[in-house]
Design a protein around this ligand. Structure first.
Ligand code: GDP
Ligand code: MN
Length: 386
């Protein structure tokens, strides 16, 4: 989940990083009022989930409330980076001495958090990295550790900052890293991180992205931010997101409910192998295994679904717990679509007994047979009178 700049900045401020005073405006009058509140020269920035606004002319300077209103009028309704501008951020204009770059992000190569810093801020960091990789300083971190101020200063040491600049910037990196941890972020990027004429450090721009799997851990924040995001995915996919489940709606008619992404994809492959078409990807593995019930509801609420395969294979995921959730949901929902079970591994005895006793049906010994039964059932239901 990507936070818009005007949502990200208050979070930075709450964490203890300086940000310019300001607020959003959705029309010229509101922008003028914001500028008047600020009582100084301002910048007016189009709020779109895209970078490169400076270059695109979507970051305007205004010396008076009237100019702020005019800039807002010009920006609203245009498209920037492919997104329509529905609001602007009006902020106190900072007298910048130096534009720096700082980020903390999930790094695949080091399999953990990575802190990035460069004195070449304000411009596209990928370009800086391509032209002068030595100017992008990197520090991979142990995910269990805080970033200490000493470590932050070490990272800054070779960057070519003055000692007093280093003293000012190091705590900002510590704060960024703390925010990254507290928000379960995948990316916190400040570009530019500005040094102003007084030597203060301020975040002038911010990209903040939270791990979607962490949404249930931050319900208030998600409620606050999600409504203002451009909607992506189908209705069911959005519902899944809110539940912290990974669900992708597909074109087929055979619903899939399995534990673990690997087993889910295997089940989908087996369905395709036998000439069927999966209706969804839906994963309830890992920490989501207790959420079998909402997951089943999700799979069944897809109107294209004509049959369903439930395929559980337990190692540390307990098939009896997952099956209990599914059986309860089936008893409540009384779905018309036939459901074929294949259950193996930890807890299978209890799980199979549950299906037998409460649903009066027999799980299949082999996954292939469960899939074939589901394909057959879907075909029968697809043919009128069948
Ligand atoms: P982006 O182009 O979408 O990344 O938008 P930014 O918010 O990063 O702004 C682009 C550029 O505008 C920055 O790199 C600065 O050079 C300039 N800018 C933004 N805010 C201010 C400000 O308060 N004062 C000054 N002097 N320049 C600013
Ligand atoms: Mn920027």
């Amino acid at each position: 989940m990507d936070f818009p700049e005007h949502h990200a900045k208050p979070l930075l401020a709450a964490a203890g990083l300086n940000v310019p005073r300001g607020g959003v405006a959705a029309d010229p009058d509101a922008a003028a009022a914001r500028a008047r509140e600020i009582g100084a020269a301002v910048v007016v920035k189009a709020q779109v989930p895209a970078g490169g606004r400076g270059k695109a002319g979507a970051v305007r300077f205004a010396d008076t409330p009237e100019q702020a209103a005019a800039a807002t009028g010009e920006l609203l309704g245009t498209t920037v980076g492919g997104f329509p501008v529905a609001a602007v951020l009006v902020e106190e204009r900072i007298d910048i001495r130096r534009e720096l770059y700082a980020a903390v992000l999930d790094d695949a190569a080091s399999r953990g958090p990575l802190v990035l810093f460069s004195t070449e801020g304000g411009v596209d960091i990928e370009e800086v990295h391509a032209a002068t990789p030595e100017k992008v300083h990197r520090m991979p971190l142990d995910i269990r550790r805080e970033l200490s101020e000493t470590a932050a200063r070490e990272l800054l040491e070779p960057a070519g900052l003055q000692p007093e600049e280093r003293r000012a910037v190091a705590p900002a990196l510590v704060t960024l890293h703390r925010l990254y941890r507290e928000l379960d972020a995948e990316l916190v990027e400040v570009n530019p991180l500005a040094l102003d004429r007084r030597g203060d450090v301020l975040a002038l721009d911010c990209k903040l992205s939270m791990d979607d799997g962490a949404r249930p851990r931050h319900p208030k924040l998600v409620d606050q931010v999600a409504p203002s995001l451009p909607e992506t995915g189908t209705e069911l996919e959005r519902r899944a997101q809110k539940l912290g489940l990974f669900y992708i709606e597909l074109d087929g008619d055979i619903g899939v409910l399995a534990n673990g992404a690997g087993l889910t994809m295997t089940t989908m492959d087996v369905i395709s192998h036998y000439g069927g078409a999966p209706a969804n990807f839906l994963e309830i593995g890992g920490d989501a295994y207790t959420r079998a019930e909402p997951a089943l509801r999700l799979a069944l609420d897809n109107p294209k679904v004509r049959s369903l395969v439930v395929n559980f294979c337990g190692a540390f995921a307990r098939t009896d717990v997952m099956t209990a959730g599914v059986v309860e949901a089936i008893e409540q929902l009384r779905p018309e679509v036939p459901i074929a079970f294949s259950i193996h591994g930890t807890g299978e005895k209890d799980a199979i007994a549950l299906v037998r006793e409460r649903l009066g049906q027999e799980p299949f010994d082999h996954m292939d047979d469960a899939v074939l039964a589901a394909i057959e059932a879907a075909r029968e239901r697809a043919t009128p009178g069948g």
